[in-house]
Write a protein that binds this ligand. Structure first.
Ligand code: DNO
Length: 347
């Protein structure tokens, strides 16, 4: 397991030197943010990020994310052009030493929360999701930070209507088409693909989603057996679906888990939840059991503490402050140390 930390590039308010001060941290997880989706990231831009990380004593072996162009998800004729650019991106990543690429296949929207500053009794804040607040939203006129800036209103409604009537089967076929087309580039570049689960793992705004449940992963791995076709084991995304048995899935897929995002959430209703600090005691996900399952399954990928709270008066990007993720990293290192020793001593 290699411990990593998400870093949003040069505009991130968290300096690389602080990330390096978290003991056990081997590298950053980052991306090229200023190239439009569907275009090729230049090797120069990747090398610049790599150098910045290296100057701080950190590696850059994981990219999160190379976004997938909507035409690929829609299966439009233009998808082949965008897939070609994606293949080139994988090759360029391989050239600069990247080993793992995280991506998702959610139509139009990425992760989704209704509150980015849910207030805890101790004054800290975190992300949360409430079905009641969700129902109040107009999908064509969204005002939530995170992704509403990505589209102009007309663009968003045109895109939403392109998905009108798309079945889960068609979206899944488009995913498989994409994966089959990029696997040769992954083999050539020595890069593993780690699909990020849908977050939350159910359809939103009438758009199909196909990467949220155990059976979805069974289908994805059966359709494209190449080991490079792997997953990001994101406990927060998978765990938002109470139907998912996380320790079971962690052990079952451990050798396909190229990247693990570990974080905690607390259920407050059937679908509602808020995020919390990483410890098992602070939420409903058994982080200890998940770590144990990963170690038992011989997980050998990258790990990062995922969303934390904003604490100690910090006002960082929601979910991506320094302090709570640093505490999470230390907690997770401790769990891995304990579980690895326990398992080694039993052998
Ligand atoms: C949210 C993240 C996601 C993730 C993408 C991967 O905090 O987990 O935005 O990076 O879904 O493509």
């Amino acid at each position: 397991m290699k411990l990593t930390f998400r870093w949003y590039g040069e505009s991130d308010c968290i300096p690389l030197s602080y990330i390096k001060q978290i003991q056990g941290m081997t590298g950053v997880v980052t991306a090229v943010y200023d190239t439009p989706v569907g275009e090729v990231w230049s090797v120069e831009k990747l090398l610049r990020l790599k150098k910045l990380a290296a100057d701080a004593g950190l590696e850059m072996e994981v990219i999160e994310s190379i976004p997938v162009h909507e035409d690929i998800k829609l299966g439009r004729p233009s998808r082949d052009r965008y897939i070609e650019a994606y293949r080139q991106n994988i090759l360029n990543c391989g050239k600069v030493g990247v080993k793992c690429v995280c991506y998702n296949f959610m139509p139009v929207f990425d992760w989704f929360r209704t509150d980015l500053a849910y207030l805890h009794a101790d004054g800290s804040t975190s992300l949360s999701y409430s079905e009641k607040d969700f129902r109040k939203l107009d999908r064509e006129d969204l005002r939530l930070p995170g992704w509403d800036e990505s589209y102009r209103k007309e663009e968003l409604s045109a895109l939403l209507s392109s998905y009108e009537g798309m079945s889960h089967e068609t979206l899944f076929e488009n995913l498989v088409y994409f994966l089959k087309a990029i696997m040769p580039a992954c083999d050539e570049a020595d890069v593993n693909m780690a699909i990020h689960p849908d977050d939350p793992p159910w359809d939103i705004f009438g758009l199909p989603r196909v990467v949220g449940r155990e059976e979805d992963f069974d289908k994805i791995f059966a359709a494209v057996p190449n080991r490079r076709n792997g997953m990001t084991f994101c406990t927060g995304s998978l765990g938002a679906g109470r139907f998912n048995d996380l320790p079971k899935m962690a052990e079952k897929y451990a050798n396909r888990v190229h990247f693990a995002h570990l974080r905690q959430l607390k259920y407050v209703g059937d679908t509602d939840f808020y995020e919390n600090g990483h410890r098992t005691a602070d939420g409903d996900l058994d982080i200890y059991a998940i770590v144990k399952a990963l170690v038992r399954g011989e997980f050998n990928g990258y790990l990062r503490p995922d969303h934390g709270r904003n604490v100690f008066g910090e006002s960082a990007k929601p979910g991506y402050g320094l302090y709570d993720r640093a505490m999470g990293a230390t907690y997770l290192s401790g769990l891995f140390e304990a579980v690895e020793n326990e398992i080694k001593n039993k052998k």
